[in-house]
Design a protein around this ligand. Structure first.
Ligand SMILES: [Zn+2]
Length: 94
């Protein structure tokens, strides 16, 4: 259970909501209703409440697809490549 995928702030009002995610998720998984949990966390605005109630945690689904492992390897290869020098011809390319 990680708060990495949950938004840092409410997209409407800008309130920082990420620190409350783990508490919310733990308590709702244990059987408490989202309304009671959000009330106790003092998250009252409807814009912030919908951020919690509409969030779908897809983190563990991403791990099911091996394509992500390939993407990570490709990203590492790109990062380790020599940066392209725009408009200039280097000696080793000719
Ligand atoms: Zn909000």
């Amino acid at each position: 259970m990680s708060a990495a995928q949950f938004p840092v702030k409410c997209v409407t009002c800008g309130k920082v909501i990420n620190p409350y995610w783990n508490n919310y998720k733990t308590r709702t998984d244990a059987g408490e209703t989202p309304i009671k949990v959000l009330d106790s966390l003092k998250i009252g605005r409807m814009c912030c409440r919908r951020m919690f109630m509409c969030h779908v945690d897809i983190e563990h689904y991403q791990l099911l697809y091996p394509v992500y492992k390939d993407n990570i390897q490709r990203t590492e290869q790109t990062v380790n490549k020599k940066p392209h020098n725009f408009g200039q011809v280097s000696d080793d390319e000719e």
